[in-house]
Design a protein around this ligand. Sequence first.
Ligand SMILES: Cc1cc2nc3c(=O)[nH]c(=O)nc-3n(C[C@H](O)[C@H](O)[C@H](O)COP(=O)(O)O)c2cc1C
Length: 145
Amino acid sequence: MYRLIYKSRSVETLNWGIVRSITSVSENNNEIAGLTGVLLASRTHFLQVIEGNFEDVNAAFQRICKDERHSELCIIGYSIIDARLFGGWGMRGIGAFDFNQKIESELVEKYGEEEGGIHFPLEEWQALAMISDIKMIRDLPEWKK
Ligand SMILES: Cc1cc2nc3c(=O)[nH]c(=O)nc-3n(C[C@H](O)[C@H](O)[C@H](O)COP(=O)(O)O)c2cc1C
């Protein structure tokens, strides 16, 4: 199994509507292809993790590369893995654009600032650490709708 991580710039300022429109199609496609992962969005950038078989990860990535909703795609990591980190998630969207001031400042202090929001790292281990931090914040009871 393989894990691909990339970062890209959104052509539009991101909000939940845009993230949901991507993840709803992705969840369906990814479930059929046996892919799992996470799509993290700041106001300006995406950071996506896709896990699955070599052919399926590559086929999805080829489609994603052609998508005109983003540009400046940059591969952060492509590794052979023993187990999935995001098993059970066809493609979970996580927004990093509507945190309160305190959480935003903490994340900016830890990962740096990029165009007024949290900087999405280009190192694999940092990217995974950031996803883990943001996932934990999103899973706190006060974020549950
Ligand atoms: C940031 C981003 C992430 C995406 N992630 C996926 C994904 O994980 N799986 C997927 O099937 N499509 C994903 N898409 C959508 C694809 O680019 C494409 O629109 C979709 O797969 C339908 O492709 P088709 O029109 O060739 O059938 C993503 C698009 C963007 C902009």
